[in-house]
Ligand binder design. Structure first.
Ligand code: MF3
Ligand code: CO
Length: 290
């Protein structure tokens, strides 16, 4: 922790003296740390200006997903979705965050049926009636990052798949309702996990959400197999994603050897995922994009 004089400017950039601004906050954090809690470091706590920048980025992300929602249908390829995302994002002044991210070749991840996440759009993959697909869109705008994903049911989908998609959305909503300042990330995780398991589904262990805002992936890592009261303490100004992957069968997964990206369920049964980006506020949460 930085040592700041009481009369020096606060680390948060408010321009106020430390003693009038975050001193009491830091003392409270220190108490939690002494008790053995994982506490956030200052650099992942966003300033009001940064939050506004992230909001603008998130607006583009939402608009791009809205565009996809209006146009997605049986008969199109996932490469077509990739072109929509590239065009809509760049026309709005943004950059698709996945493009060239650690070598990812496209502007969006499209994960169909037994693909858990990080599906690569392709001219070969034609959407057909009965498919479920996750479209995961991430935007950089003036250096600020946003990230959210939605599920789409293509035409008439089996009741089993439809229920998986709906329950996964409920998991995110129930997790979200646990987000509050001075609560714990694990409160959210357990709500997600319990609802999935109660419905007969499994939760992917190895892949999760993340802090986000000034970079694509920041601390904390956001898993969904943690217990209430554990994991990082939540404080106002933190921004992270809730994006559980819920499987119909086994939680076990594997990564496609050929492309090094696409994640599949081990038993090739369907998987669903919704992703929202959340700000911790003074009183609870604000959903920045969905
Ligand atoms: N949007 C994904 C996430 O939620 C990021 C995937 S990295 C990519 O974290 F390169 F595959 F896009
Ligand atoms: Co994400």
């Amino acid at each position: 922790m930085e040592l700041i004089g009481r009369n020096e400017p606060c680390w948060c950039g408010s321009g106020q003296k430390y003693k009038k601004c975050h001193l009491a906050f830091d003392e409270k954090l220190e108490e939690y740390r002494r008790k053995g809690c994982v506490v956030p470091s200052h650099h992942i706590i966003k300033t009001p200006e940064q939050i506004e920048g992230i909001r603008q980025s998130a607006k583009i992300n939402i608009a791009v997903l809205d565009y996809v929602a209006q146009h997605i249908r049986a008969g199109i390829t996932t490469a077509e979705i990739d072109r929509w995302v590239f065009e809509q994002t760049t026309q709005a002044g943004g950059i698709p965050a996945p493009l060239n991210y650690q070598g990812f070749p496209n502007s969006v991840c499209t994960s169909v049926n037994d693909q858990v996440c990080h599906g690569i759009p392709s001219e070969e993959d034609v959407l057909k009636e009965g498919d479920i697909i996750n479209v995961d869109v991430s935007t950089i705008y003036h250096g600020f990052y946003s990230d959210s994903s939605r599920m789409f049911c293509i035409g008439e989908v089996s009741p089993e798949k439809k229920r998986l998609v709906e329950v996964t959305k409920e998991c995110v909503q129930l997790g979200l309702e646990q987000v509050k300042p001075w609560g714990f990330l694990g409160d959210m995780s357990q709500a997600v996990y319990d609802h999935a398991v109660k419905n007969g589904y499994s939760v992917v262990h190895e892949i999760g959400g993340h802090g986000i805002g000034l970079e694509f992936h920041e601390d904390p890592w956001v898993g969904y197999i943690f217990k209430k009261g554990t994991e990082m303490l939540l404080v106002p100004g933190m921004v992270f994603t809730i994006e559980p992957m819920i499987n119909m069968g086994t939680h076990e997964i594997f990564v496609d050897d050929d492309n090094g990206w696409t994640v599949y369920t081990d038993d090739r049964q369907p998987s669903a995922q919704w992703e929202i980006q959340v700000l911790v506020t003074e009183t609870g949460y604000e959903v920045l994009c969905w």
